[in-house]
Design a binder for this molecule. Structure first.
Ligand SMILES: O=C(O)CCC(=O)C(=O)O
Ligand SMILES: [Fe+2]
Length: 517
């Protein structure tokens, strides 16, 4: 007998006897046969059914809310204590920020064990009866804490074997103003999530379950309460998954070759330090080592001020981009005030492509490749283009013999509270070699803890390779290979305090361009 080993939690006096005393029971209403039959019919027909403490609904997808889920209330207090005594790990990536407990599958604490038993025995059977879905005995359960600014962005839960998701909330008095709602998204004809059509506010001893399907898009909205902890136990009942239709690819942005333009444009716009041949050579050397570089004070001060002023005071039309399982930020429409239009043109211009070649060693301009064969030869352009080291880094998938023309795509973006991008399988940016350019404006007093930074990670591993923090007039150049993905971290509620004291803007802006050799 392994009675010697004690498993921690408060209220656990280790003995076998106390374990047997701790029992969780489902609310009596769940035991009633008539109710169960009515719910079964409701589930089958997709109609909304309220049956005592149980409410079934199929909009926007089949889900159910069960209030007073566990009969013995005092059991829940014991459960909560055991859960809070567990080790929690900070989890943070493009999709979420919250704390997760160690796996609850084999924890021996009496209340946790009893909850597992009631969920995966009694309740699983109830669920099978109501939904007529055969469920496996697989135990898949953990505990989560969402505190101030934590969130789990839009996702569908789909993973082989998951048939129903469940969440049991152990929260204090909770209102809409506390955030942390379980939001359900509607979907369009291509099964892409659109607007949120239902928000379930968590409440003590309420269990929500829903069918995991290609349209079960939901999120935990950001917790806005600075004091309350949104504690929950959640997991999945497994069974055969529903069929998954292919997802739609994001439209590939139209990439264009450089715009012909006089070299004067560089002297008008760019800090002259970056136009010095020697300094460019130094930068290129560093870039070739690390594949990234930050160039501070990149634009001349008057240009930076002019762009800043235009962003803050001129009227610009923005569109909010989705779908929410992939991105949420504002992109400027093409009609722009003159100075911003000129700035966009600068970044697309031929001299700028050549400047980027000189700063990075990438072949973004034919002049940059001229002296490919000879290291001694100096470049022949006005800027003395230096030979870039033509590494193994080009994705030369173009048809053989045809010279590939370097291209770019760029947008002006506005980042505010609630905005983010996510890594996903249908991104045309996946699996390519590219030079990313970010140039920032409106970032005064921006803190990393607000989010909004761009994080580069190695595909498949969650390993963070590089973080680019927004900083005024700073140009970030990052060379991305096929194994590298990036996202912009969710901008959280802490940023709102800063917004409140800034005179004329919220969040920040960036010009985001991608260049391909
Ligand atoms: O806590 C919730 O309300 C939902 C959690 C969730 O969606 C998940 O863990 O996948
Ligand atoms: Fe989920």
């Amino acid at each position: 007998m392994s009675g010697k080993k004690r498993h921690g939690g408060k209220g656990d006096n280790g003995g076998k006897k106390s374990k047997q005393l701790v029992r969780a029971e489902l609310s009596e209403e769940l035991g009633e046969k008539n109710g169960r039959e009515e719910l079964r019919r409701g589930w089958e027909s997709g109609e909304t059914v309220q049956c005592g403490t149980v409410v079934l609904d199929s909009v926007p997808f089949q889900h159910c809310v069960i209030r007073s889920f566990i009969k013995n209330e005092e059991f829940l207090d014991g459960l909560k204590d055991e859960l809070l005594a567990l080790n929690f790990h900070d989890k943070s990536n493009d999709l979420y920020k919250f704390q997760q407990s160690e796996d609850l599958k084999s924890r021996k604490e009496p209340h946790i064990s009893a909850l597992r038993k009631v969920l995966f025995e009694d309740f699983r059977q109830w669920l099978s009866e109501v939904t007529k879905v055969e469920l496996e005995t697989t135990v898949d359960i953990s505990c989560a804490q969402y505190n101030y600014t934590d969130t789990l962005l839009c996702h569908d839960d789909e993973l082989e074997g998951r048939r129903f998701a469940f969440i049991l909330y152990l929260v204090p008095e909770w209102t809409e103003a506390d955030g942390g709602a379980l939001d359900l998204y509607s979907t369009d004809e291509k099964s892409q999530p659109g607007p949120i059509v239902k928000s379930l506010i968590p409440s003590w001893n309420t269990l929500v379950f829903f069918e995991v399907s290609p349209i079960s898009f939901h999120q935990v909205s950001e917790v806005l309460s600075e004091e309350k902890c949104r504690l929950s136990v959640s997991g999945w009942f497994h069974g055969s998954s529903l069929e998954r239709p292919p997802r739609s690819l994001d439209p590939v942005p139209v990439r264009t070759p450089h715009l012909p333009c006089d070299h004067e444009i560089l002297y008008e716009w760019i800090n002259p330090d970056y136009l010095s041949v020697d300094y460019q050579a130094q930068i290129q050397e560093e870039f070739e080592d690390t594949s990234e570089i930050l160039l501070k004070d990149f634009l001349k001060e008057d240009k930076f001020n002019a762009v800043s002023a235009a962003l803050k005071t001129e009227s610009i039309e923005w569109e909010l981009l989705g779908p929410p399982n992939r991105r949420c930020y504002k992109r400027a429409k093409s009609e722009l005030p003159d100075v911003l239009k000129s700035c966009m043109e600068l970044l697309k211009s031929e001299p700028f492509f050549l400047l980027l070649s000189n700063l990075t060693g990438l072949k973004l301009h034919f002049l940059a490749a001229n002296n490919e064969d000879s290291d001694e030869e100096e470049g022949s352009s006005e800027l003395n283009a230096r030979a870039p080291a033509q590494g193994e880094n080009g994705d030369h998938t173009a048809q053989e013999g045809s010279e590939r023309v370097p291209v770019c795509y760029g947008e002006l973006r506005h980042w505010e509270h609630g905005h983010y991008t996510m890594i996903h399988d249908y991104d045309p940016e996946r699996q390519e070699f590219a030079l990313d350019l970010l140039w920032f404006c409106g970032c005064e007093d921006w803190e990393a803890e607000y989010g909004g930074f761009t994080s580069y990670i190695a595909k498949e591993e969650d390993e963070e390779l590089l973080t680019v923090n927004p900083e005024n007039n700073c140009l970030a150049l990052v060379y991305r290979d096929k194994e590298t993905m990036r996202f912009v971290k969710h901008i959280n509620h802490k940023s709102v305090q800063r917004d409140a004291i800034l005179p004329n803007h919220k969040g920040f802006w960036d010009f985001a361009f991608v260049y391909n050799e």
